[in-house]
Design a protein around this ligand. Structure first.
Ligand code: ATP
Ligand code: MG
Length: 427
């Protein structure tokens, strides 16, 4: 079996279409490999309500009855999949009713579920996250990318919440790297002398009411000015520079509107509150469609509905495939290698990320404007697969959900990472 890739779908805010996207995206991905969709919005059991099939076992059986997670996968039945076209798709439903210990997992439950997801037999695992930014969301997210964020036009609070996810992930990582228990300080001359200095500074950056250090870029600059080319400075800059954001526009309604009311506010929030140096990639969009909404109301994933033959892909397959390959790569060129530097330089800022996003969106729209939603999901899927193939797993589609220990072990020599740390102190 190929190495598994895990992609969380989140938004920070409710009602923007996470579940709709996650369900149909998982179906589209299942054409390329075994795909399991996991309902981590365990309070509302949204996936159970989105797919009308009998469910024999769900997360209740995993947590309360000791069933292996792989035994809690539900497949489509003959009613939804009469021709057995979707045999590579399965999902793990949340519990039937709200069960507090499953909805608000404690540390032990969380660790068990993470371990079980990491060992699921699948090529792709999609996580449908709940809205919000608490530890039960953030702890399932990767340390160095956002997974797929869903935005939608005309919901300014959602773009703010999406940039807050990036902020929360980055701060969680920095706090762990610079925690007293981290092996980091053993690698630095003067070690723990820096601990208070750096943690006080992190507190000030994270505190939105303290405007003395506005965001992580100001933080990195402050460190560069005070410490020069120091391991702390470099660690902070690398953590920011290597972070990757991928997003999908749901309820898409044209370039101008989506750009002005979703992409631009998101990037503005990200730049202002977090950093202008994280790589941001648009994976495509899903059009606003009455058919999608109707399908949701009928508990049938929209991709399972028969497609209007007139809209199906054109006849010349080879030409079409070449064209698709070209389009798939738009905006997914490998990022330019960054030179080692001690301070954020003018040249990095000179590349206007907003203009780049608009160019990519326009180029995609030019070719894809007439696509129906089936083609939308295909396109996002192709781009995601392309990105996963050409980028490191830490950029999109991690091979496992990393625990704090594993993240530190991947940064520092494994033997230096203590195995018993009370991480809850850090939350
Ligand atoms: N592309 C779309 N076209 C039309 N309606 C859509 C589309 N995407 C989502 N919707 C509708 O928007 C509503 C919210 O969608 P969904 O439940 O997927 O959002 P969510 O982000 O998962 O919400 P929650 O935060 O509650 O989990 C639903 O009524 C759904 O049918
Ligand atoms: Mg949902």
């Amino acid at each position: 079996m190929a190495i598994k890739r895990i992609i969380p779908v989140s938004s920070g805010k409710g009602g923007v279409g996470k579940t709709t996207f996650a369900v149909n995206f998982a179906l589209a991905l299942s054409r390329h490999g075994r795909t399991v969709l996991v309902d981590l919005d365990t309070g509302t059991s949204a996936i159970r309500n989105a797919i009308d099939v009998p469910i024999e076992r769900d997360l209740y059986h995993f947590f309360r009855r000791g069933e292996p997670l792989a035994n809690c996968i539900t497949q489509l039945d003959d009613k939804l999949d009469p021709q057995h076209q979707w045999r590579n798709f399965g999902f793990i439903a949340g519990p039937l009713h709200l069960i507090d210990e499953i909805t608000n997992f404690g540390a032990a439950h969380k660790a068990r579920l993470i371990e079980a997801i990491n060992t699921l037999p699948a090529d792709y695992v999609i996580l449908d996250m709940r809205a919000g930014l608490d530890a039960n969301v953030i702890d399932f997210l990767p340390f160095s990318n956002s997974g797929i964020l869903i935005f939608t036009p005309h919901l300014p609070s959602a773009t703010l919440a999406a940039s807050d996810i990036v902020k929360a992930i980055l701060f969680r990582k920095l706090r762990l790297i610079f925690s007293k228990e981290s092996p980091f300080f053993a690698t630095v001359d003067g070690g723990l002398n820096f601990w208070k200095l750096i943690n006080d500074l992190i507190d000030r950056v994270e505190d939105v009411y303290d405007s003395s250090v506005a965001n992580l870029d100001a933080f990195a600059l402050d460190l560069a000015q005070n410490l020069g080319d120091h391991p702390i400075t470099r660690t902070v800059q690398t953590t920011i520079d290597e972070f990757r954001v991928h997003y999908v526009l749901n309820l898409f309604n044209g370039v101008d509107d989506s750009f002005n009311t979703a992409v631009k506010p998101f990037l503005d929030n990200l730049t202002k509150n977090v950093s202008s140096h994280c790589g941001v990639t648009n994976l495509g969009w899903v059009t606003r469609s009455a058919a999608i909404h109707r399908a949701n109301c009928n508990c049938v994933p929209a991709l399972l509905l028969p497609r209007d033959a007139k809209k199906a892909p054109k006849a010349n397959r080879i030409a079409q495939e070449l064209e698709d390959l070209r389009l798939t790569a738009i905006g997914l060129e490998p990022p330019k290698r960054k030179q080692a530097q001690t301070a954020p330089s003018a040249s990095r800022a000179a590349e206007d990320p907003l203009a780049r996003q608009l160019d990519v969106l326009k180029a995609m729209f030019e070719q894809k404007k007439d696509d129906d939603y089936y083609a939308n999901f295909d396109y996002v899927t192709q781009r995601t697969l392309f990105a996963m193939k050409n980028r490191r797993p830490s950029e999109l589609g991690d091979t496992r959900i990393y625990t704090p220990q594993e993240m530190l072990a991947s940064l520092f020599a494994k033997s230096n990472v203590p195995t018993t740390i009370d991480w809850t102190e850090l939350e």
